[in-house]
Every structure is written in structure tokens, then in C-alpha cells.
Design a protein around this ligand. Sequence first.
Ligand SMILES: C[S@@+](CC[C@H](N)C(=O)[O-])C[C@H]1O[C@@H](n2cnc3c(N)ncnc32)[C@H](O)[C@@H]1O
Length: 218
Amino acid sequence: MFNIRPHQVFHMVKPEDRKITVQLPTSRTALSALETFILMALFKAIKPQKVFEFGTYLGETTLTWAYNLEGNDSKIYTLDLPAVQGVEFQGRDEWCADIATSNHKYFEGKDEADGIIQIWGDSLYFEPAELLNSIQYIFIDGNHMKKYAAKDTENAITMLDKTVPSCVIWHDYGNPEHPELTKYLDELSAQYDIYHVQATMLAFYLNKCNIAPTAFDQ
Ligand SMILES: C[S@@+](CC[C@H](N)C(=O)[O-])C[C@H]1O[C@@H](n2cnc3c(N)ncnc32)[C@H](O)[C@@H]1O
């Protein structure tokens, strides 16, 4: 696992692309402001046509991507549970899933929702046959137990478009509520170059794209 500073991610974005529009994250378990900026820096560096999110929750992050998506054919796929029955949870995940399954998503009824495709299901049984090698930006933030995170990661690697710059990002690396997720990602980093961004719980893998050097790039 490589440890990097936030500015190394911000410097991946061309100066003319550093403007973003954000839906303010409001939930107690939402991403921090810095995490949102890191997610958006990777988004601006990759410029994805297709995005996949494991764990929609209330759709605040989904909506932020939708505000910044470029291209007429661009799509955001976001997967969440229709109900919690039959799913195992750890830490505050069940509390989150209860809220997610009993509330509307923030993007519902908004113009930006046109590019958003909500998928309902348990990610443990998700089969991405129609999306193989087609997604440039994947965010894994669903169920943080190892068996779910490992399945989501396997699916993410098969969906990742390896022909252009692309990335897989995980949330909750280093979260004491989910020690087995951190261990899993540490083990995975023997196989893939994975970067943890200091002062965040984000870790990411980059394909055909590099992080910025530590010195200022201009
Ligand atoms: C931490 S929240 C996601 C937060 C969201 N990515 C954001 O940025 O606002 C985790 C979500 O994963 C969903 N989830 C939990 N277990 C799941 C499973 N097995 N399959 C699909 N979604 C799951 C929960 O319902 C919850 O909405």
C-alpha cells in the first residue's frame, strides 16, 4: 500500500479542469469534504464516460458525479439493496442500509438523473455480464464485510475499462469499524498498486494513469 498526500491527487487534474460542482454531503456517515474533493479530483483526471458505484445510499455522491459528467452518452450505474433481509452487516452498515432502503434518493426527479441508472440487488449476487471492460471509474462503498468487498472488487476488476485511463476506489480503508476490509486491501496491494490518501479513508488503483510527483508540477 502506497501512502500519498492529497495534493498529489489534486495535481493529476489539469488546471483548466479543476472546477467542480458538489452536492453537499449531509449524512453522519457521509464522505468528508476532503474525501469528496479526492473523489472529484480522480473523476476530473479520468474524465469517465461510465461510472459504477457500489452502495448508492441517498445518492449524494452519485448526484455530485452527475453534475460533473461530460458527454451525451455518459452513464452512472449505482447499485444498492432493495431491502436488508438476508444480508449480513458489520459496524454501522446495517443502520446505513436501513436508511438507504427507506428513503428516496436525492437525484430522483432531478434533470441530472437522466444519466443515472439505479440497479437494485445484493452485490454478493451481482453479475456484471453486460458491463465487462466498459467502466472507467468505479467506487466501492457498499457492504464493508470482507466477503462483500472482495466480491465487489472482483466485479470491479472485470468491469474496469483497461484500454483507457480508469480507476477503482474503495472507501473505509483504515476505518476501525471494518478491520477486515483494511486487511483485505493491504493483501490486495501485493497484487495491484493501491494508493491510500493520507487523512482520508480512500484507497485507489489506477490503470493507464499516474499520480502526480510529490513536488509541485508547475
Ligand atoms: C456507506 S453507504 C454508501 C454511501 C455512498 N456511496 C455515498 O457516497 O453517499 C453503504 C451503502 O451500501 C448499501 N449496501 C450494504 N450492503 C449491500 C449489499 N450487500 N449490496 C448492495 N448494497 C449494499 C447500503 O444500503 C448503503 O446504502
